[in-house]
Design a protein around this ligand. Structure first.
Ligand code: FAD
Length: 182
């Protein structure tokens, strides 16, 4: 006997009439409701890269542009790396991780984030380059391999790999937030 069966459909709502009751799950393709005592919501995140307004980002995403230097740093060890992060705390976390693999590292992002990083003596003594506060306008490369980024101020930075943190969103955030402690 099967311990589970798989339904490949979009969930549109999860409700629970009272604390003691079962969850009721509605899927998009059917009016039939599913019932469950417990639910694991694993709907993931959407990297939402379209909202970045960076031309050609999707073409290179996951191949030579990555979020996580911890996961992907080794793939481009020793190459020209860029780190483009506008969140100062995340930038502080990512600089040593990416630098571990790439001594030729250019860090760029918002003025606030870059100023914050430049205050850190540990980074200064590694001679990590920080450049312009201009945003990325466009990625240039061959097929899925990045070659350079063009900034809004027309500066060009040549790179083999870029680490970039987009404005990711949690899928089904309302449901995840609502039911996460139940
Ligand atoms: C380019 C890239 C490289 C990565 N590299 C690494 C790596 O090297 N190492 C590592 O550990 N992690 C890596 N990650 C992160 C890793 O992919 C995620 O952490 C992992 O996939 C999360 O798994 P998940 O099951 O939580 O979500 P997901 O894999 O996002 O799966 C969520 C699923 O839920 C579905 N879904 C969403 N909403 C609904 C709905 N309403 N109804 C029904 N289904 C729905 C989605 O379609 C999707 O199939 C990488 C991510 C990216 C984008």
């Amino acid at each position: 006997m099967k311990a589970f069966h798989f339904i490949d459909e979009e969930v549109v709502s999860i409700i629970k009439p009272d604390d003691e009751g079962m969850f009721t799950v509605q899927i998009k393709a059917s009016t039939n409701l599913l019932n469950a005592k417990n639910i694991i919501i694993a709907t993931g995140m959407n990297d939402n890269i379209e909202s970045s307004n960076i031309k050609n980002l999707a073409q290179f995403w996951g191949n030579s542009i990555f979020t996580c230097g911890y996961c992907h740093g080794f793939e481009y060890a020793g190459k020209k790396a860029g780190l483009y992060v506008n969140n100062e705390m995340f930038l502080k976390l990512m600089v040593p991780i990416v630098y571990n693999w790439n001594k030729n590292l250019t860090v760029f992002g918002s003025k606030t984030a870059i100023d914050h990083i430049n205050e850190d003596d540990e980074l200064k003594k590694r001679e990590i380059k920080t450049v312009s506060h201009s945003s990325i306008a466009e990625i240039v490369g061959d097929e899925t391999q990045i070659k350079s980024v063009i900034l809004l101020n027309c500066d060009k930075i040549e790179l083999d790999v870029l680490h970039y943190v987009p404005n990711s969103v949690i899928n089904m955030k309302d449901l995840v937030t609502k039911w996460s402690r139940t």
